[in-house]
Design a protein around this ligand. Structure first.
Ligand code: SAM
Length: 239
């Protein structure tokens, strides 16, 4: 069932020529889209869980069905792990029979990341790890703005700090992301192949599927400083 995923196809053979322009626009402009009420409510639930649990915070941004959230909770039993996704359908899939009870140190939250990241930043959260596993690649050149590194929220997600980890089966996505991190922070993250084998502990179903389909998988890991000097005032609540 797993091994039939087609590799990402794009007419874009290199980094998008407009990338730097979009990153600069995100840095220069205070993004004011109002925060949706449903994400405020979801954020409050997450805040209560985090307060009750304590410990270092790990964000699993775009967690899908939450398999990776379970894995992270298992790898870091003393941490508080929040898996965030906007898809109620994905989040509601019940893997309890297959994978056991959901870990006590993790919570799945239905929210739009664009707003959740801004609320987390306003609340002064500082995750120790921030994972973005296999984001939608939006591989058409015309879709650049939908990739996280060209989105207006990008400086905010970097300002949260922690060790940022991105994985993708599209090398250009990861290379562009690294380039955008460099533009915002001055740091130069390394892009590497993920050293996976058939017996690896795959972080998610997407990762497993891509591996079994023979895709090369790419990773970026970057310890971020929390004060991003070039970023505009990111702490205003746009309501
Ligand atoms: C390709 S899936 C990868 C899921 C998971 N990380 C994995 O590796 O299996 C991308 C996920 O990002 C979520 N997503 C995309 N944009 C989002 C947004 N603005 N807010 C929250 N989730 C989002 C989608 O719902 C989807 O579950």
């Amino acid at each position: 069932m797993f091994a039939n995923s087609t590799p990402v196809y794009s007419t874009q053979a290199d980094l998008h020529p407009d990338l730097s322009h979009h990153v600069q626009r995100a840095l220069d402009n205070d993004w004011q889209r109002p925060i949706a009420e449903h994400t405020r409510t979801a954020f409050e639930d997450a805040r209560r869980f985090y307060q009750a649990h304590g410990g270092p915070l790990i964000l699993d941004a775009g967690c899908g069905t939450g398999r990776s959230t379970r894995q992270l909770a298992r790898y870091y039993p003393n941490a508080c792990v929040l898996g965030i996704d906007r898809s109620a359908d994905r989040l509601s899939r019940d893997y309890a029979r297959e994978l056991g009870a959901f870990p006590d140190n993790a919570l799945l939250v239905r929210a739009d990341l664009v707003d959740f990241w801004r609320l987390a930043h306003l609340a002064g959260w500082q995750p120790v790890r921030h994972c973005i596993f296999y984001p939608n690649p939006y591989p058409k050149a015309s879709q650049l703005k939908r990739r996280w590194h060209a989105h207006p929220v990008f400086p905010v997600l970097l300002a949260l700090g922690g060790v940022l980890e991105l994985r993708s089966n599209w090398q250009i996505y990861v290379e562009e992301f690294a380039c955008a991190v460099h533009q915002v922070t001055g740091q130069k993250p390394r892009v590497e192949r993920l050293p996976l084998g058939p017996d690896s502990d795959f972080i998610s179903a997407f990762e497993h599927k891509y591996f079994d389909s023979g895709h090369t998988l790419w990773q970026l890991q970057c310890p971020l400083e929390t004060s991003i000097s070039k970023a505009p005032d990111l702490r205003r609540d746009p309501t």
